[in-house]
Design a protein around this ligand. Structure first.
Ligand code: ATP
Ligand code: AMO
Length: 465
């Protein structure tokens, strides 16, 4: 007798007595003497057969089993067998002949939706339509209102395992490159990115807000001589409209580092980190990516071993040549970013690239202007499948210029005075970038909505669960 994970049950266990714990996903009575229970654990399923037989399993036991509600937790002791025909409706190709079954914890009998329904792919729906079958669709709001149930589908469970790997690879990579892991405050006096998208709150009688990014404090850590820092933490944005890629709270992966000569040193880190990330995910998360792909089919991301870098001007030129009219000193709209992504894919064969030297006017106040042309800046955005996942730049490290730039961008200097003062005692040239974790996972897996990659998404209407 040994506890075995459902996902590892295979032919090698034939005739062995095993103990499994999982959820009763479906319970089906065939007769008074026989019932099937599909048990699910961490997205893997196995069919368990309860057959009444003298001295082994009683008829009452079969009846008891049919009374267990779906999603209840059960412990099963049984013998592994290998059926002749392939098993439909379970991931494991062996069965467990039940000897004992114990209901550890019961679910309410009425579920908001069945997990199998929430786990279906578009292909399942198309096939059912052809076969004249009616399948239940579970819409996004129902899923998110019952997120705990929704997380139980194999694809969703896999998404957050991938997300966990991204954070792990990010921290391991940066620690090995000599970065120090910091935590900056989330309660701050003013906006850190400029603009109005801040959540205001009362801090013991004083106005305060939730940090829009760790921007100011990660730079202050550089002034504190850490050389290279990173952070993984929540970022709050009071977004006031709905898109497939904006949340009001997301996880920021932030980096800040001294620069010796050029902001390309920051892009080098982006380049090496992301190539490592994609390689490692493809290698270590095969099972998870397959589980996601079964419900949401996607092509593996195309990326180069050395990340393509284009200047903003080159991007504008490519767009113009393809007939898209863009302001050479303005920002790119979501639509033009997508178009440029397509053009880059056609020309360079990559869906991951860096666009740098953005016009200064469209970047935050702390961005360093280009030395050779003040209309541009030492900044960059990074794209996956035509959508932004990173903003980064060299920063202004001189207090007077910083003050002038902040004023020009309409920032109330009083709210950032301690930040500006930290540059008055000598500051090294530095730069960094911020990555949106949920966007990286969404776009790596070509998912269509950021709510799929946020465990408990916060958007303008959603504050629960
Ligand atoms: P960043 O914060 O670095 O700018 P982002 O992806 O939010 O990252 P924005 O520059 O804010 O990019 O926006 C790019 C485009 O996305 C805008 O031109 C606009 O079309 C669209 N957009 C941004 N925010 C919203 C929003 N809250 N609602 C609708 N559309 C938005
Ligand atoms: P930015 O505002 O571009 O830059 O944010 C960095 C990255 O965070 C993600 N992101 C979002 N993800 C989900 N919902 C949102 N509302 C949202 N807004 C942004 C994106 C984006 O690329 N301080 C700078 C970074 C830096 O220069 O170091 C900053 O915050 O993936």
């Amino acid at each position: 007798r040994e506890w075995i994970a459902v996902g590892s049950l295979e032919e090698g266990f034939k005739d062995r007595t095993v103990l499994i714990r999982g959820r009763a996903q479906t319970i089906r009575a065939v007769s008074k003497n026989m019932a099937f229970v599909v048990v699910r654990e961490r997205g893997y399923t196995v069919q368990c057969v309860v057959t009444a037989s003298e001295g082994v399993v009683s008829r009452q036991m079969v009846k008891y089993v049919t009374g267990i509600s779906r999603e209840s937790f059960v412990d099963i002791e049984g013998v592994v067998s290998v059926p002749e025909n392939p098993i439909k409706g379970a991931s494991q190709q062996v069965e467990v002949q039940v000897r004992k079954i114990y209901c550890v914890n019961r679910s309410l009998p009425q579920l908001p939706f069945n997990i199998e329904d929430a786990a279906r792919s578009e292909t399942d729906f198309e096939k059912a339509e052809q076969d004249g079958e009616q399948l239940v669709r579970v819409n996004q709001d129902t899923r998110l209102n019952n997120r705990v149930l929704d997380m139980r589908t194999p694809a969703n469970n896999a998404i957050f395992r991938v997300s966990s790997q991204v954070k792990s690879i990010f921290s391991q990579f940066l620690l090995s490159e000599g970065f120090v892991w910091i935590d900056s405050p989330k309660l701050i006096a003013g906006s850190s990115e400029g603009g109005s998208a801040v959540f205001k709150l009362d801090y013991k009688g004083r106005p305060a807000c939730l940090a829009q990014s760790p921007q100011l404090h990660k730079q202050m850590a550089i002034c504190g001589d850490f050389g290279r820092v990173f952070e993984i933490g929540p970022v709050f944005r009071a977004e006031d409209s709905f898109t497939h890629r904006h949340l009001c709270e997301f996880t920021g992966l932030d980096v800040e580092m001294e620069i010796k000569e050029h902001y390309s040193e920051v892009m080098d880190i982006v380049d090496r980190f992301f190539v490592t990330l994609f390689d490692t995910l493809n290698e270590k998360c095969k099972k998870e990516l397959d589980a996601i792909r079964r419900q949401y089919p996607f092509e593996p991301l195309k990326y180069l071993s050395k990340t393509l870098r284009l200047t903003f001007e080159e991007g504008v030129q490519m767009l113009k040549e393809s007939g898209v009219d863009v302001d050479p000193l303005g920002d790119l709209s979501t639509e033009t970013e997508r178009k440029l992504g397509q053009l880059v894919l056609e020309k360079y064969g990559t869906e991951f690239y860096i666009l740098h030297r953005y016009p200064l006017a469209v970047r935050p106040f702390y961005t360093m202007p280009c030395f050779d042309n003040q209309a541009y800046s030492n900044s960059f955005d990074v794209f996956i499948r035509g959508e932004e996942i990173i903003s980064g730049a060299q920063r202004v490290h001189e207090a007077e210029l910083l003050t002038t730039r902040a004023r020009a961008c309409g920032i109330d200097i009083k709210t950032i005075s301690t930040y500006i003062d930290s540059f008055r005692y000598g500051a090294p040239p530095h730069g960094g970038f911020g990555v949106g974790l949920e966007r990286v996972v969404m776009l790596f897996c070509a998912l269509n909505n950021i709510r799929k990659t946020s465990l408990f998404p916060r958007d303008p209407l959603r504050l629960a669960p």
